[in-house]
Ligand binder design. Structure first.
Ligand code: NAD
Length: 484
């Protein structure tokens, strides 16, 4: 078991709150012990961050970029140990945590390049003044992240925030604090001055809320559940504080009659069952055209039954355990609800490897549920897929959009005109066509409706961590009209 310290107010130290432990989801053993932070720790941290930030913002963009490039390099050098730490934290298979670590390094590199090449503009001159549109850092910003992909979601906030000249305070999920702590260590090793990246592990209702409420915090980047996100938006409104909210999802995947069914089946299995379904973009509602329904159903069930659920450190594992016992209980309640609502279980629906002490759950597929069932409306955040046949595109679009969430959608078809027509009718932030869960740091990501507000990634997201300011540089020597 490792004893962890937080990094805040410019030093490594214990939080002032109670000690707690984190567990390895594959066997339930204690892997780390640390102290939770408190609202007093938040205040101390933010004051230190506010004191450190102006000197960082005053550096030239290419000087700040250099620190981010070094962070990316250090992450790459330590990629294997970082991936293992993340697997210990949340039980995701190593193959996935390796990809998340690589994406974190790519994110730092991308925003380093983005700030180096970020241009301010001379706006078209309409009078006797040179008019400029410039950008300045916000000051101290906060990041609040969930447990499912810590290093990637943290890097997506840390990189643009630091690139833009801010100080950032990160509040990782209580049960997965390790990667944020590692990022603080790496940032210091890369030459980031102290006080600019702080990590405060602890409870959301204590540390998270204190961050959102703090008067010196100028922006919050949040990834997590919709209920918590809504509460953060309310508090932010009081301060007129910008927020980005990356929230939950109930994403549809669509199989058109002309789709390459082999590709579609593989993509749908990956879309819902990778990360054991603990993914905001999990494709959890699968709409299949009735002409191919039986064939696709058979192939999906066969595929799901062949997925290897087990040791997340093993090379050939498809699904690791769920993150915690309580989360597995929640998934089980949804499966029971699906049955009570009249759904038929086609496979799964049970715990696996109970003797391991880990929180394993089988890939589970339902049919026979209307799109209005709670299992089709609410986010399970687990390995549970519902199959729904459809007859025509109008009915399909209405059903896909008849949901509070609007994060992502997948379309499997050979006809790109159809894909674009369907895509423009879907109320989601991302549409994947003949692929699923592909990501690029250069492409914006975010949701519609209850899936959130704002976008992360992409060049435009850098400006979200800055405030725009206009300058008028007077050029005329003529007397001011009131001079006489
Ligand atoms: P959560 O909302 O419970 O917690 C997320 C973070 O918010 C944690 O750090 C938590 O401690 C903190 N928090 C909790 N209460 C708070 C409060 N009152 N004030 C401030 N902060 C508070 O979510 P979770 O269970 O950790 O993660 C799962 C959720 O995250 C799912 O709904 C999933 O869809 C969503 N998610 C969304 C994306 C996306 O990009 N859209 C990505 C990953 C996960």
């Amino acid at each position: 078991m490792d004893s962890l310290q937080a990094y805040f107010a410019g030093t490594w130290r214990d939080g002032s709150g109670p000690r707690y432990t984190t567990l390895y989801p594959a066997d339930g053993s204690v892997v780390a012990e640390l102290s939770a932070c408190t609202s007093e720790d938040v205040d101390l941290t933010i004051r230190a961050a506010a004191a450190a930030q102006p000197a960082w913002a005053a550096k030239k963009a290419h000087e700040r970029a250099l620190v981010l490039y070094r962070m990316a390099e250090l992450i790459r050098q330590e990629s294997e140990s970082l991936a293992r730490l993340q697997t210990l934290d949340n039980g995701k298979p190593l193959s996935e945590t390796r990809a998340l670590v690589a994406s974190a390094a790519g994110t730092l590199q991308y925003f380093a390049a983005a700030i180096e090449t970020f241009s301010e503009t001379i706006t078209p001159q309409r009078g006797d003044a040179l008019t400029l549109s410039r950008y300045e850092a916000l000051g101290v910003v906060a990041a609040i992240t969930p447990w499912n992909s810590p290093i990637a979601s943290e890097a997506q906030k840390i990189a643009p925030a630091l690139a833009a000249g801010n100080a950032i305070v990160v509040k990782p999920a209580e049960i997965t604090p390790r990667l944020a702590i590692e990022l603080a260590r790496i940032a210091l090793a890369a030459g980031l001055p102290s006080g600019l990246l702080s990590v405060l592990p602890g409870k959301g209702s204590v540390v998270g809320e204190a961050l959102v409420r703090h008067p010196l915090v100028r922006r919050v980047a949040f990834t997590g559940g919709t209920t918590v996100g809504r509460g953060i938006a309310r508090l932010a409104a009081e301060k007129f504080m910008p927020v980005s909210l990356e929230l939950g999802g109930k994403s549809p995947t669509i199989v058109c009659p002309d789709a390459d069914l082999t590709q579609a089946v593989a993509g749908i299995l990956w879309g819902i069952f990778s990360s054991s379904g603990e993914s905001c973009i999990a494709g959890s509602r699968c709409f299949i055209h009735q002409s191919v329904y039986a064939e696709v159903k058979t192939a999906l069930v066969k595929g799901a039954e062949h997925l290897r659920v087990g040791d997340p450190m093993a090379a050939n594992t498809h699904l690791g355990p769920l993150v915690s016992d309580s989360h597995r209980n929640s998934v089980e309640r949804y499966v029971a609800l699906g049955l009570a609502e009249g759904g038929q279980l086609l496979c799964g629906g049970q715990r696996l490897h109970s003797d391991s002490g880990g929180y394993y759950y089988a890939p589970t597929i339902f049919e026979g549920l209307a799109n209005t069932a709670r299992l089709c409306r609410e986010e399970v955040f687990g390995p549970v897929l519902v199959l729904i046949p459809y007859a025509d595109d109008d009915e399909l679009i209405a059903a896909c959009n008849d949901n509070d969430y609007g994060l992502a959608a997948g379309i499997w078809t050979a006809d790109y005109r159809r894909a674009l027509a369907l895509g423009s009718a879907l109320h989601t932030g991302t549409v994947w066509v003949n692929t699923y869960k592909q990501f690029s740091i250069s492409t914006p990501f975010g949701g519609m409706k209850d899936s959130g507000l704002g976008r992360e990634k992409g060049q435009a997201s850098l400006a979200e961590y800055m405030t725009q300011k206009s300058y008028y540089l007077g050029l005329s020597h003529a007397p001011n009209p009131w001079a006489n």
